[in-house]
Design a protein around this ligand. Structure first.
Ligand code: GLN
Length: 543
């Protein structure tokens, strides 16, 4: 018998950034806790084929999947909340959909028919949604449509959703996650913008089955009833979702409102018991930990205000939090613009007040010398250090400059003609850059890495062979490997097929590790990534 699959579309009302992603992730976590197989899809209405070509300061972090797709940061939330690995098929953009349709047209897949926006674009979207559900064998598939209702950009995705509902009404449900403002001069919550959003959705042929009412406060009874009447939704299906202090509280809040079971009922399924114990324990830890661990995150991009910043590095931030809670401490993060250390090298001393220093991934020239000053400080002062991707490359360069005395050592990304290219580029990548082939051409996705027995890294993982996700174009130059190792910066992780250096670790230091990969993509709230876990542990001991 063919498996019955259910599809829940989540759309946004009034403003973007209302919390659709975390709502999808939380709902997914609840279904998983109900013993259902669940997967989540993100629809990004941009023309970009993937998020790899989008500026992270504008669009947020580029989240990389095991199979090497460069996707939206919401995919990271899904992975963290569902404790699963998603694939490229779980992500789509307008550009990706059109590209397929146009390629299909070029290869006569439409057998000479006129290819049209409708039905061919929605057909392709529906095909992608169904294939993703099948690939993950999901009972429940949650699909987040980016943007807000009423925009031009996501109209064809709504059209696809409407058609799916029409074709199989019992298998498709809609949630409108909408914002309820409280204008300061009125001091009361207003439902009118959401009523308009609901109408906009109606004009796309869709009536929401549920409203998740986001806002600063709880949606009170009179407003809830108003919303129900005007949005044509039974009152018990209007769910109040006030601001929470931690995103990990949302699964508990939605479960308390019984959203998941009410949805199952709408989808013709029986309610199911939920075991939320791990989420309850996690939340207890989050509120109960008081002893602080102070981590300095040093890099560029940091001059753009906290809001965009935290979105650009969300997986790194979440990984530090997971590791801190696991180690029973409260994470305190401070962002430090490395250009400060460039302008005033002596100011690097301010890092002394931190328990650990982390350098995340990055690209380009800006702030690089300042980052290396910070790394030097960590190396010389026994400060726990974790370098991710660029953070590993720059740690290797700093070591070559200041320990091996190769003062001109650099990465060819910054200085193409350096006499000591500690970080270089392989010919294939050079061709890509020369021909402006930037989209999806980096070394992307999961690669194996064999660990050196007895190293701190190997002990942290408790395994000899690991697999981690990558996103970089440049790499450690093996011509310098022997020299660097002999001087004390050991290569403790190597890709078995290509012999590429994946991890360096400093001898005689409490914790100094640099990874060519991005360990932050695989950390989970209840299962911190091993290197983050040990880094935070070392930071606590260094106090
Ligand atoms: N810019 C470096 C490279 O392309 C590092 C990339 C990163 O940190 N993600 O190799």
């Amino acid at each position: 018998m063919k498996k019955v699959r259910k599809f829940i579309f989540v759309v946004g009302g009034v403003i973007s950034g209302v919390g659709k992603g975390v709502t999808c992730a939380s709902l997914g976590a609840i279904y998983k806790a109900k013993g259902l197989k669940v997967t989540a899809l993100k629809i990004d209405p941009y023309i970009n084929v993937d998020a790899g070509t989008m500026n992270p300061v504008e669009h947020g972090e580029v989240f990389v999947t095991d199979d090497g797709d460069e996707t939206d940061q919401d995919m990271g939330n899904y992975e963290r909340f569902l404790d699963t690995s998603l694939l490229s098929g779980n992500y789509m953009t307008t550009g990706r959909v059109y590209l397929t349709v146009i390629e299909n047209e070029r290869s006569m897949k439409y057998k000479g028919r006129c290819v049209q926006v409708v039905p061919h674009i929605p057909e392709e979207i529906i095909g992608r949604i169904k294939r993703a559900a099948e690939a993950q064998d999901a009972d429940v598939t949650i699909i987040e449509i980016g943007g807000t209702v009423g925009e031009y950009e996501n109209i064809l995705f709504l059209e696809a959703a409407r058609i799916m509902k029409l074709q199989d009404p019992g298998s498709v449900a809609f949630i409108l996650v909408s914002y309820m403002p409280i204008p300061s001069h009125l001091g009361e919550m207003k439902t009118k913008p959401t009523q308009h959003a609901s109408r906009a959705l109606n004009s796309a042929g869709i009536n929401a089955d549920f409203i998740v009412a986001r806002g600063k406060d709880v949606l009170d009874k009179p407003r809830l009833e108003k919303l129900a009447i005007f949005c044509n939704i039974p009152a018990e299906r209007c769910i109040s979702a006030p601001d929470v202090s931690s995103i990990y509280e949302l699964p508990l809040l939605l479960e308390k409102a019984d959203l998941a079971n009410k949805l199952l009922k709408v989808l013709g399924l029986k309610p199911r018991k939920t075991d939320m114990t791990p989420w309850i324990s996690l939340n207890k830890k989050i509120v109960q930990t008081t002893k602080e661990v102070k981590i300095a995150v040093v890099g560029k991009y940091f001059g753009t205000g906290d809001y965009t910043l935290s979105d650009s590095y969300i997986s790194v931030i979440e990984s530090i939090k997971h590791a801190a809670w696991f180690n029973n401490v409260k994470p305190v993060l401070e962002w430090i613009d490395s250009e400060e250390f460039e302008k005033k090298p002596a100011s690097v001393k301010l890092l002394a007040k931190f328990d650990g220093i982390l350098v995340p991934g990055g690209f380009g020239t800006r702030g690089v010398e300042g980052i290396m000053n910070a790394i030097k400080f960590a190396r010389e002062n026994n400060k726990p250090y974790l370098g991710l991707c660029y953070g590993m490359q720059l740690a290797s360069i700093e070591f070559a400059r200041n320990v091996l005395n190769k003062k001109n050592a650099h990465t060819v990304e910054v200085n193409a003609t350096t006499i000591d290219p500690i970080i270089h580029i392989n010919p294939k990548q050079l061709e890509n850059v020369r021909h402006n082939r930037y989209g999806g051409t980096m070394r992307l996705g999961a690669y194996d890495c064999v660990l050196k027995k007895g190293s701190k890294t190997q002990k942290a993982y408790g395994e000899d062979k690991i697999s981690e996700r990558h996103r970089h174009r440049y790499e450690f130059n093996n011509d310098y490997r022997k020299m660097i190792e002999e001087a004390g910066l050991e290569v403790v992780g190597v890709n078995p097929e290509s012999d590429l250096v994946e991890i360096v670790e400093l001898k005689n230091h409490p914790f100094f590790v640099g990874t060519q990969f991005h360990p932050e993509f695989k950390s989970r709230p209840m299962r911190p990534q091993p290197l983050f876990r040990e880094f935070v542990k070392a930071a606590i001991s260094s106090k």
